[in-house]
Design a protein around this ligand. Sequence first.
Ligand code: FUL
Length: 448
Amino acid sequence: MDYCTFRKNAAQVRPSTRQRAFMENPFYAFVHFSPNTYTGLEWGDGTEDPAIFNPTDLNCDEWVEAIKSAGMTGMVLTAKHHDGFCLWPTKYTEHCVRNSPWKNGKGDVVREAAEACRRGGIRFGFYLSPWDRNSPLYGTDAYNDYYKAQLTELLTQYGDIFYVWFDGACGEGPNGKKQEYDFDGYIELIRKYQPNACIFNDAGPDIRWCGNESGTARYAEWMVVPHELCFRAEKQTEGSLTEGSLNGIDNMWQDLGSMKVIQYSKGLAFCPAEVDMSIRPGWFYHSEEEPHSLERLMNTYMTSAGGSATFHLNIPPMPSGRFDPRDIQRLKEFGQALKDAFGTEKGIGKTVTKEKISDTQCVFHVTLPEAETITYAELREPLCNGQRIERFRINFTDPNGETWNLFDGTTVGSKRICKLWGPTKLTAFDIHIVSARDDVENLQILLY
Ligand code: FUL
């Protein structure tokens, strides 16, 4: 296969309908809640007494309000973490809320959270840890049946689910044995009962892990990646450009999608990255911890949701079941900062003309109706055309004819927020597509 054909084939790799819908709302919350909230641990060992789980003041509507105040549009609850304790009254183990004093064993945190999301108009999803340090079945085939039975309860009893988050962690269970997870079987169940839900896992199928838990996105994030990495996603091309292999590829690689890497891939898949981090150092609540600075959250947002990935931000409830007022405050400030930055579109009525140089290079000339100070340009590739842009520059020419570079970028994908060098009053500027895998059509340009 020649270089141009391989590159054009890479540009044909497309998202599924559910992935496209998911990338429209790339900012959502995680909620880590379990016996760890009461023991102060990050990983419980499964021997915790269910009686310690007792959120005397649980208020899921407050969670939803706080989540919405930051601009997030979904919530993913840890229905079961590695300690095996279930936040809903599952039929399949006694290690669950039924044996907690909370509401005399009649409570169901999953239901309260799902219903609060519904009332508040945000989406609901769940995390169900495959690693289970409590279940005596762990390490045997019967565990996969147990896990699927629990998955089925969650998929069928709590309304629409937008996201199922599969943790990659696979440690030892109470018998010292490790488990071989039947991910194919788990995925089949989700497709059957919640066909619109996206599924997170290191290897796909729908959303993959960015490779760290500190909110650090890649400088150039690709949605089209080697199937060797995301082998649970659909393989959409056949044949490599260069002989060789990508054995050993993992989600820590800094470059997963440039031609330098994918030339060796024997098939490509569409699988965008999620950047997941907690608002505090821990995933679970520890009173001595403080929420991260507004600046850190903003930076993470710009490079994740604004960098062709998604942003999954965790807020851990306190033992009472409420969010910490410090976190609520930080979420409000964050939402306000996002509104200040992106609440009012500028350059309304601008004209855009495209100058095509070749199939892989073009320039978009943008003219504003009047001079305005533009801080951010937000670019979006229509994902129905796949991901094409490899490198771009935003330039403007001053009245003396001198050209200035306002932004130098690589990938665009679902959304690229470009903080322009400035501030500069602009009436016209150019977006040079320096390199693309195929003709760039209908580039969306929003100014703020
Ligand atoms: C990790 C887990 O081990 C952490 O406890 C946390 O749930 C994080 C989101 O995923 O793999």
